[in-house]
Ligand binder design. Structure first.
Ligand code: ZN
Length: 413
């Protein structure tokens, strides 16, 4: 058996087993008894619902993951990539267009595989626990807009990379990396102004005590805000959140309308203080630098495995091509990046502790942030006691009880 094929199958299987193990352990970590910290705030009935919601989510994910895994393996073993390649070549178009057709076929297949799961997740699972607000019309329109946007952005990026590797010699990986980075940064600026309004309505937070409290805090920290907006997230889900978008002059604070409706003014300022903490502690810039470095490594790997005959024969391909090389390196990278995410998630959790601690140093009143965090966990029916392996793999935020403990220590200091 081809060593490349063996490696790819081993990587995909390894990550599949690791994810399944983490979910199984996480399931066994659901505690029948409510943790002390939540006594008196989490109603028993709602807590039981949260346990059921977590269980249902794990079962659903298990079925989805198993079918995707089997479909991927079958596709590889049965020569699906070669079939898609021959189909794309049958149009006899130039290389760039052929590469886009090839990628398009693969994307459509992946979309069709995921669609039933996405429908079930939104209209059965999330609906059962009263999170879902998405109407079938919104669902369909989201898919159409997402497909158009994905085709345009994905098409530009993919054809750009193919162009460089076809025409720019041994440094193609560096040119692609540079171009991709510029594109990514431009997108980060453009997204709040152009892309996000395609999916949601952003309204300036009306004048009033909440706006005043937020502006006062920002002024005290000398933190420039170009706008405070609420987003109509309630048209899709009752879950809540807050975030910043854009950079520099375009930096806006966005609060989910669901967050504003459920939290007190003080809690919202505490959440904002946490978000500003991410800026002031330079987390945003550091995360971006890390992601640029990782993409650099990925692009260099494109270079190493470009038109590698053994890789192509492992995937049953009849003809070599730049575009298929890129897709194949991506295929091998997805399990590798999944394992590397243990490191990036660890870093992200560290940043969350730092942002919490910043909020307490600048806004004071750790109790307020604790109460906001508790409300968020209750409203989103979060797992209160996740297993460490699940946390290591998937948690960009520390488990809620760890955050509360860290904040309590601040109170004692
Ligand atoms: Zn955060």
């Amino acid at each position: 058996m081809n060593l490349y094929l063996l490696t790819i199958l081993a990587l995909l299987t390894g990550v599949f087993l690791l994810d399944s193990l983490a979910d199984t352990l996480n399931l066994s970590h659901l505690k029948r008894d409510l943790p002390d910290e939540f006594k008196g705030v989490f109603e028993q009935e709602k807590y039981v619902a949260s346990l059921n919601y977590q269980r249902a989510g794990v079962y659903f994910e298990f079925v989805r993951r198993t079918l995707s895994f089997l479909a991927t393996i079958l596709f590889i073993v049965l020569g699906g990539f070669n079939w898609a390649d021959q189909l794309a070549r049958d149009f006899h178009l130039n290389t760039i267009v052929t590469s886009l057709v090839f990628l398009g076929i693969l994307s459509i297949l992946r979309f069709l595989l995921q669609l039933p799961f996405s429908i079930y997740d939104t209209f059965v699972l999330e609906a059962k626990y009263e999170f879902n607000k998405t109407t079938p019309a919104t669902f369909v329109v989201d898919i159409i807009k997402g497909a158009i946007l994905g085709s345009i952005l994905g098409g530009i990026i993919f054809s750009g990379i193919v162009y460089f590797f076809e025409n720019s010699g041994p440094l193609a990986w560096a040119y692609s990396w540079a171009a991709f980075t510029v594109f990514q940064i431009a997108l980060a600026y453009l997204a709040p102004a152009v892309i996000m309004p395609m999916f949601n309505k952003f309204s300036p937070l009306p004048q009033g005590p909440l706006r005043e409290a937020i502006e006062n805090y920002a002024k005290m920290r000398n933190f420039k805000l170009s706008g405070i907006f609420t987003m109509d997230s309630s048209k899709r889900s009752t879950k809540s959140n807050a975030f910043f978008t854009g950079f520099g002059k375009f930096r806006r604070l966005v609060l989910f309308d669901t967050l504003v409706s459920k939290h007190s003014q003080e809690e919202l300022v505490a959440v904002l203080a946490h978000e500003i903490g991410h800026f002031e502690r330079k987390h945003i810039i550091k995360s971006m630098a890390l992601s640029i470095a990782v993409t650099g490594i990925v692009f260099f790997t494109f270079h190493l495995f470009m038109n590698n005959r053994e890789l192509f024969s492992a995937l049953k391909m009849e003809q070599l091509s730049v575009y298929a090389s890129i897709v194949f390196v991506g295929l091998v990278y997805s399990p590798v990046l999944r394992i590397l995410s243990i490191l990036t998630q660890m870093l992200s959790r560290k940043y969350e502790f730092e942002a919490d601690s910043f909020a307490v140093q600048t806004y004071g009143r750790p109790e307020i942030l604790i109460s906001a965090l508790k409300k968020l966990s209750i409203d989103n029916l979060s797992h209160l006691t996740p297993h460490p392996l699940k946390v290591a793999l998937d948690y960009s935020h520390p488990p809620i009880l760890e955050r509360i403990n860290a904040l309590r220590q601040k109170i004692r200091q």
